[in-house]
Design a protein around this ligand. Structure first.
Ligand SMILES: Nc1ncnc2c1ncn2[C@@H]1O[C@H](COP(=O)(O)OP(=O)(O)O)[C@@H](O)[C@H]1O
Ligand SMILES: [Mg+2]
Length: 319
């Protein structure tokens, strides 16, 4: 069945590793390679950046998607996946150790082609990771996204069986063939100090994710439209005028347009051509907004008027 997208733009939620999202995810190739190289080389990598900069999207639709594609290719070519990658962010659950163990079990089972019976009930996180890594027979990568929520929901909780107690043990266990990446909002980075005594090198390998640069932001606006036209083959193709994309990027960088929050700027659509009109005469509004938000807003107002409207408005912005 052909997937028929409603819009070329994802909107205000993170990109997932899904058929609906991955074809529309652009602008993060360099960062994907860098994060992946670190994840593969180091026992623990810390990825941090402002909220809304694109960490979760990069990890799901970039890193995890690419590694899972490699694993599927390996399985087809030589009967074993060679690796598996888990992205865990369910920190709201009461017991993150159990949640993470279950997520690893599910992911390894899928990576192996779908039918695995674990030998016995694992007691600790280390036991669980060790058991599933052995069944996998390859490298296990565990991405812990939204780590700020771990501190929010489980902050002072420690003691036997807690994530606080078990996580340092698994990171320090040199027999485990498992690497970890912790992704955290920059204003929660200091909270990782809680692990510093027990994971001596907790800040040994850290990466900061920056906003999309101008070229990447351009491709994140323009490329999804190309992909959209490819997938929706009936009807008039839609286009965005390159000069107008440049104008929007320029206006956003200089803080003169904030379509999402103030309605400054406007959009037009004629003969399938989407036009973004920036109204800089209203003066600088002082806030930086997202090129993606502008593009998404253009889409909502000109083409996809049936899209459910969303209320608030902070997404990744450009430098
Ligand atoms: N490369 C990209 N292209 C287009 N939109 C993106 C891109 N990366 C992130 N976004 C959008 O920006 C917003 C914030 O992304 P998210 O991954 O949740 O950031 P973070 O995890 O850093 O808070 C979401 O609306 C997401 O769809
Ligand atoms: Mg996130």
């Amino acid at each position: 069945m052909t997937f028929r997208p409603f819009s070329p733009y994802k909107g205000l939620t993170p990109f997932q590793d899904s058929d609906g999202d991955v074809p529309f995810f652009f602008g993060r190739e360099r960062e994907r390679e860098l994060v992946e190289a670190n994840l593969m080389a180091s026992r623990l990598t810390v990825l941090y950046g402002e909220t809304g900069v694109g960490k979760s999207s990069l990890l799901h639709a970039g890193v995890a998607h690419h590694l899972r594609t490699l694993a599927r290719g390996n399985l087809e070519a030589r009967g074993e996946p060679g690796l598996a990658v888990v992205v865990f962010d369910a920190w709201r659950d009461d017991d993150p150790v159990h949640g993470l163990s279950t997520a690893v079990a599910d992911e390894v089972t899928v990576a192996l082609g779908g039918s695995v019976t674990p030998k016995d009930e694992a007691r600790s996180l280390g036991d669980a990771l060790g058991m599933w890594q052995e069944l996998l027979g390859g490298d296990l990568y565990v991405i812990l996204d939204q780590a700020e929520e771990y501190f929010l929901y489980h902050g002072g909780r420690n003691g036997r069986g807690s994530f606080d107690a078990e996580f340092p043990d698994v990171v320090n266990d040199s027999d485990l063939r498992v690497n970890f990446l912790l992704a955290v909002r920059d204003d929660s980075l200091a909270k990782l100090d809680a692990f510093r005594k027990r994971i001596p090198n907790v800040f040994g390998n850290y990466l900061r994710l920056e906003h999309l640069d101008r070229e990447a932001a351009r491709s994140a606006i323009v490329e999804p439209v190309v992909e959209y036209n490819r997938l929706v083959d009936e009807g008039e193709p839609v286009s965005i005028e390159p000069a107008l994309v440049d104008a929007v990027l320029e206006q956003i960088v200089t803080g003169k347009v904030d379509v999402g929050q103030t309605g400054r700027g406007s959009v037009e659509s004629a003969n399938g051509e989407v036009r973004i009109i920036c109204n800089s005469s209203s003066g600088a509004c002082g806030t930086r907004s997202s090129a993606l938000e502008v593009a998404s807003s253009v889409w909502r107002r000109c083409v996809g008027s049936a899209e459910p409207s969303r209320s608030s408005a902070t997404t990744s912005s450009v430098r």
